[in-house]
Design a protein around this ligand. Structure first.
Ligand SMILES: [Zn+2]
Length: 146
């Protein structure tokens, strides 16, 4: 089970060696090295490699925010690019599905079809952001119970 990193002991103006950074955050040296490869800012020209406390803090905070919340309201997650992408031409199809709506668009970078589920009540707001085409309007009739 991966240990979650601790923020509380990190001093933002201090520089940490990899093992000091590992000690203060409670993860392994290997994890710190992996973070550096994945974009944690470090002074790799130094011997030993040093990581600034504030870089460590912001990296862990960004990690906690997670992938989901990185999408802006006008972005989709493209599975091919593996990044948040805007719809080509701002064109988005919106298909109603019960209380949810399914957005479909094409990645502006690689033309891959991207999907994004949203809550029905947010569709109106998206009309300002995208060139939205609504589909499934006819299925408004409530389903018969039991
Ligand atoms: Zn793409």
């Amino acid at each position: 089970m991966p240990k979650s990193a601790k923020l509380s002991g990190i001093k933002s103006l201090r520089c940490y060696t990899i093992s000091e950074a590992a000690g203060v955050t409670g993860v392994s040296d290997r994890t710190i090295r992996a973070w550096i490869k994945q974009g944690l800012t470090a002074m790799t020209d130094e011997r030993p490699t040093l990581v600034r406390g504030d870089a460590l803090i912001s990296y862990i905070q960004r990690q906690r925010q997670g992938r989901r919340s990185r999408l802006s309201p006008d972005e989709f997650y493209c599975l091919k690019c593996r990044e948040a992408r805007k719809p080509a031409g701002g064109l988005v199809d919106c298909e109603k599905d019960g209380t949810r709506a399914k957005l479909t668009a094409m990645c502006e970078t690689c033309d891959t079809i991207m999907h994004r589920p949203i809550a029905q009540e947010r569709v109106a707001a998206l009309n300002d952001v995208f060139d939205l085409t609504l589909r499934g309007e006819a299925s408004e009739t409530p389903k018969a119970g039991s």
